[in-house]
Every structure is written in structure tokens, then in C-alpha cells.
Design a protein around this ligand. Structure first.
Ligand code: SF4
Ligand code: SF4
Length: 243
């Protein structure tokens, strides 16, 4: 009976899918949007996903995956997560939160306890979501990214309800670690390191790499030469070296 059943229900494995699966890292992290590496391999083989969809696979594996599906893959610069907030314990709280340690749950109560509605609330949803154990909560109650462990998969970016995690190219040198679009006067009252939109960095940058939008400085990474003048000039320590 068992022999009959195994013959009747036997499904031929697709050698292309098998070859791709053998090249994927087997982390089953789900960062590609699939249920696991096997589902990812199937979708790559069908041409539904690009051969470089898995950010955990080494470039030589990705190149070989490309060969399996007849696509030439270019090597991309490594990306890692960055937290666009300097607040943490340096940002005032409006009340004491003693609910579930989950950022989305904390936000259900008046948008979280922080006086800054744009900043990190520090309940570590990103820490628990990271499939590679690359995030911890630091002493200042902000997430700390271990760039050696980070695979740039973007799971933390999609889980953060405040939207303050993003990916950056590993070669980027400086970032404005603030996401607040509030007026400078209010930011000064509630956070020690928030950007107040004073524009000093805009004037100081010799490469015209910084602009102001919605009371927030933004560095154009294509124009930034990494001179660090903005870091020296910013009266709020809002711009930090990240690379
Ligand atoms: S820190 Fe974020 S981007 Fe990096 S591996 Fe963890 S979840 Fe992925
Ligand atoms: S100098 Fe600092 S505080 Fe002023 S706009 Fe630039 S980043 Fe913001």
C-alpha cells in the first residue's frame, strides 16, 4: 500500500529548483517575502523573483543562481540597516508605559509614550523580527545594529511602526539621525539630539549635499564627499558618522 501510494503521489523534483535551493543559504528567514528558501527557489526558477532577491546569499551563489535562470547578475554594494533616531533616553516621555514589550502595541496608547511622535519608542519589535540576531537595544534605549551580522534583508525596516529604520549603502559616511518633521522650537524642548532645521549644515556643506525639507536636514549621498564639516557644525549633534 505504502509503495503504491509513494508511486501514485510521487512528484518529480524540478532540477532547476533543486539547483537554486542548494545555492540559497537555507536560513528560511522569509525576508524575500516567501515562506522559506524552497518557496523562494521555486519563484526564482519561474522568473517571478530576481536571482538576487536573497540578501543573505553570497555574490558567488547569486551569480550561480543567475546562471541557472539565464540572467547575468551584477554585484551590488552591501547594505545594512540604520536607525534614523538619536533620541532614546535623550528624548522626553509623556507617560510611563508598562504594557506589552511591542512597538505596535505601545503605539495603540496615544501613539507611544515618547514626546516625539517620529522617534524610536524602543520596545524592540525590530530586535525580535531580525532573522539574523543583528539588533540589540542599547543603553540609551535605541536599537544598535551589528553590521557584521546584518544582511540588509529589510525585515526590521518593514516591521518598525515608526518607519525610522532604513537601509544604507555600507560606503555612506554620514546620516542625519533624526526623522522629526516638528518645528525646531518643539524638538529643542523634547530631545537633546533632534534636528531643529536651523540650516547651519546646509550653509556649511562645501558640496551642496544637504537640503532642508519639513524642518529636517537631508544628505544627498551622491553629493556627500565625507568631509564631516556638517558633523562639526551641527549644534545638535544630529548628524553622525555611520560608516
Ligand atoms: S538588522 Fe534588519 S536588515 Fe539587518 S539582518 Fe536584521 S532584520 Fe535584516
Ligand atoms: S545643523 Fe543640525 S540641527 Fe541644524 S539643520 Fe543641520 S542637522 Fe538639523
Amino acid at each position: 500500500m505504502l509503495v503504491w501510494a509513494s508511486k501514485k503521489f510521487h512528484v518529480e523534483a524540478d532540477p532547476k529548483v533543486e539547483a537554486i535551493l542548494a545555492l540559497l543559504p537555507g536560513a528560511n528567514c522569509g525576508a524575500c517575502g516567501c515562506a522559506g528558501c524552497a518557496a523562494c527557489a521555486e519563484r526564482i526558477a519561474k522568473g517571478e523573483l530576481p536571482p538576487d532577491v536573497c540578501t543573505s546569499a553570497s555574490f558567488s551563489c547569486v551569480k550561480n543562481i543567475g546562471e541557472c535562470v539565464g540572467v547575468c547578475v551584477e554585484e551590488k554594494e552591501k547594505e545594512v540597516a540604520v536607525v534614523l533616531c538619536n533620541g532614546g533616553v535623550n528624548c522626553l516621555s509623556r507617560f510611563e508605559y508598562d504594557g506589552v514589550e511591542d512597538c505596535k502595541a505601545a503605539m495603540l496608547i496615544a501613539d507611544g509614550e515618547k514626546a516625539c511622535s517620529y522617534g524610536c519608542i524602543g520596545h524592540g519589535s525590530c530586535v525580535r523580527a531580525c532573522p539574523f540576531g543583528a539588533i540589540t537595544i542599547g543603553e540609551n534605549r535605541l536599537p544598535v545594529i551589528d553590521e557584521n551580522k546584518c544582511k540588509g534583508c529589510g525585515v526590521c525596516v518593514s516591521i518598525c511602526p515608526k518607519g525610522i529604520l532604513t537601509l544604507r549603502k555600507i560606503s555612506e559616511k554620514f546620516r542625519v539621525l533624526c526623522f522629526s518633521k516638528d518645528k525646531g522650537k518643539y524638538v529643542k524642548e523634547i530631545c537633546k539630539f533632534g534636528c531643529i532645521g536651523c540650516g547651519i549644515c546646509v550653509k556649511a556643506c562645501p558640496s551642496d549635499a544637504i537640503t532642508l525639507k519639513d524642518n529636517l536636514a537631508l544628505i544627498d549621498q551622491e553629493k556627500c564627499t565625507g568631509c564631516g564639516i556638517c558633523v562639526e557644525k551641527c549644534p545638535r549633534n544630529a548628524i553622525r558618522m555611520v560608516g
